[in-house]
Design a protein around this ligand. Structure first.
Ligand code: ADP
Ligand code: ZN
Length: 220
């Protein structure tokens, strides 16, 4: 099962992917998380990627695509993967199709999360993530705060704000890139007949966890 999470920043892709992953036992592969781990560990890949990420720009394909290919070829992903943050451009989607084809696989399902624009920026500013690399649970101080302020419910580690979430310029840039480069993927996957669009919005009281539950039901 190869599943892709699509949607603008702040829609809750990571949250939904994490919940589905837990339930169906297929790993969540988040390119953003892999980059952040490498940045923390100051690996050559991390140092290079940070030049782009800190400004809110996309990391070039010659770094990103081989990295994804490696994870998809690993033992961990032998039964499939939930890709969160990849592909982000039509080019990446075409490259992914080739990588999968060589393995006799294909994209089975694409979940497109849709959230009203006015909510997105607010969601990014109020997002917090668990600093424990093995946990990385995502919170929102307004929408789903932890029980104890600043501390992860699951593992007790401190919560922190992502650097690119605290910089209004980087947020703006990321949303622009989404509109320009990533949103055409909706059409791309619709044409392949694998797209499922889901609205996530406080205005209709429908959150990521509700969407995740429904998707898991359809997979049973
Ligand atoms: P967000 O979607 O909220 O921006 P992510 O955690 O998915 O956050 O990604 C963080 C950053 O990592 C992105 O802004 C981008 O710089 C980089 N990145 C992640 N995935 C990709 C990708 N598929 N291609 C290029 N850059 C990526
Ligand atoms: Zn945690």
């Amino acid at each position: 099962m190869i599943m892709i999470m699509l949607g603008a920043q702040g829609t809750g892709k990571g949250t939904v992917a994490g919940l589905i992953s837990e339930k169906i036992g297929i790993p969540q592969i988040s390119t953003g998380d892999i980059f952040r781990k490498n940045i923390n560990e100051k690996t050559p890949l991390g140092i290079e990627a940070d030049k782009y990420i800190s400004k809110g720009n996309l990391v070039p394909d010659d770094i990103t695509v081989p990295m994804v290919e490696e994870v998809l070829s690993s033992e961990e992903a032998k039964n499939g993967a939930i890709l969160d943050g990849f592909p982000r451009t039509i080019e990446q989607a075409e490259k992914l199709d080739k990588i999968l084809e060589a393995k006799g696989k294909k994209v089975d399902m694409v979940i497109n999360l849709v959230t009203p624009k006015e909510e997105l920026i607010d969601r990014m500013l109020t997002r917090r993530v668990c600093s424990n690399q093995n946990c990385k649970t995502i919170y929102n101080i307004k929408l789903h705060p932890p029980i104890k302020e600043g501390v992860c419910d699951k593992c007790g580690a401190l919560l922190k704000q992502r650097e690119d979430d605290s910089d209004p310029e980087a947020i703006k840039r990321r949303l622009e890139i989404y509109e320009e480069k990533t949103s055409p993927l909706v059409e791309y996957y619709k044409n392949k007949g694998v797209l499922k669009s889901e609205t996530v919005s406080i205005s209709i009281n429908r959150m990521g966890k509700d969407v995740a539950k429904e998707i898991v039901e359809t997979l049973k």
